[in-house]
Design a protein around this ligand. Structure first.
Ligand code: 1HN
Length: 358
């Protein structure tokens, strides 16, 4: 008999019944066998539970949002929002494992009261004019396509007083790092004593100070979040239009720019990166993927997002989600402009962001 065989003979008995009985004995002691879960814990490549999905605005979400306005006021709701839940993560207020997204409605005359929280928020204006948000005493009028931030722990309230004779419902996409903060158990929040903040600075003040490739001297910002509260669509769109005239689109992403914190060159918020891209009519992009799952909001135009094996036709105001590491290919049948956001700055800080351009 070989020495190997004799060693095997001496090895412990290991019928699956015996293993199962052993697991039963250790479970009440809060112990678990790593060898049963090792491969799932450290997958060869990302194994997200998230699935791709698209929410149609004009036909589906808008009518439902309008119905919600008959059920509850913005004031009673605090924030009247339909949460965009990843179909594979029901009940978790998550569009990806790390990010929250929702569509918020504010009717003419309504107020969403002032509060603050550790969670960082972005607003991307989808539909309607005449609403404002006030962030730390600076009021900003919201127009479709504007990208607005609410930094961590900044007071914020919203209202809809109308503008230039326009009085209409206003809807925006909220993106927050809620699941991330829940993961860290690091969330705090408080309500303001005032329903609506006192306006302390003129509109456009932060943009005048930081929005023109210049920043005030003797400014000590002291937070990792951008000092610009609003990145107006008109300016970002103008940049994309110039690029479209001047150069060929990138084969994977078209003309794609990222929004920056002018003080650091990094993302506007420490947890969320944001982008705006133009896909020229007829664009047929190459396949790419990244470990940062992304949420897209369509501003203009039509096309198709091929995500994994599925095709999602998109049009203005639709929202779709691309899970981590899912192959993505974008086609445009008209000039299309897409806003998007992801948890990229967190993955970059951890040194784990991975991308592939195929
Ligand atoms: C929040 O404060 C807003 O201020 C929107 O508009 C969505 C979702 C969860 C928690 C706080 C807002 C939110 C939120």
């Amino acid at each position: 008999m070989s020495s190997t065989a004799s060693l095997q003979k001496k090895s412990p008995a290991h019928s699956s019944d015996e293993r199962a009985a052993y697991y039963e004995r250790i479970r009440p002691l809060n112990l678990a066998p790593l060898w049963e879960s090792l491969h799932a814990l450290v997958p060869r490549e990302p194994q997200t539970p998230c699935v791709p999905a698209l929410w149609r605005y004009d036909e589906v979400v808008k009518p439902l949002l309008m119905q919600s306005a008959d059920l509850i006021t913005a004031e009673e709701a605090v924030r009247r929002v339909l949460v965009l839940e990843n179909p594979a993560l029901p009940g978790r207020a998550s569009i990806t494992q790390s990010l929250y997204a929702g569509l918020q409605l504010i009717m003419p005359g309504e107020v969403a009261p002032s509060h603050r929280h550790v969670q960082s928020a972005l607003r991307f204006i989808v539909d309607g004019r005449g609403a404002y948000t006030t962030v730390e005493g600076e009021r900003t009028t919201m127009s479709p396509g504007d990208f607005i931030i609410t930094p961590s722990w900044a007071w914020h309230d919203h209202g809809n007083e109308g503008i230039e004779g326009v009085s209409e419902p206003v809807v925006w996409l909220d993106g927050l790092d809620i699941p991330m903060l829940r993961f860290f158990d690091a969330g705090f929040a408080e309500n303001d004593e005032k329903r609506v903040q006192t306006v302390a600075r003129p509109e456009g003040n932060s943009f005048a100070r930081f929005g023109h490739n210049m920043v005030p001297v003797r400014h000590d910002h002291g937070t990792p979040t951008s000092p610009i509260f609003s990145y107006p669509y008109a300016r970002s769109r103008e940049a994309l239009a110039a690029l479209q005239r001047q150069e060929a689109p990138d084969a994977w992403t078209g003309h794609k720019l990222r929004y920056t914190n002018p003080l650091t060159g990094g993302a506007p918020m420490p947890t969320i990166a944001t982008f705006l891209q133009l896909l020229p009519k007829g664009f047929a992009g190459k396949v790419h993927r990244g470990t940062d799952g992304s949420v897209y909001s369509v501003v203009e135009g039509r096309g198709t997002a091929h995500i994994g094996g599925e095709a999602f036709e998109f049009g203005p105001r639709d929202t779709f989600v691309v899970p981590s590491w899912a192959p993505l290919r974008l086609d445009a049948s008209e000039d299309a402009v897409l806003f998007s956001f992801s948890d990229r700055p967190v993955q970059q800080a951890m040194g784990v962001l991975r991308e592939a351009f195929l």
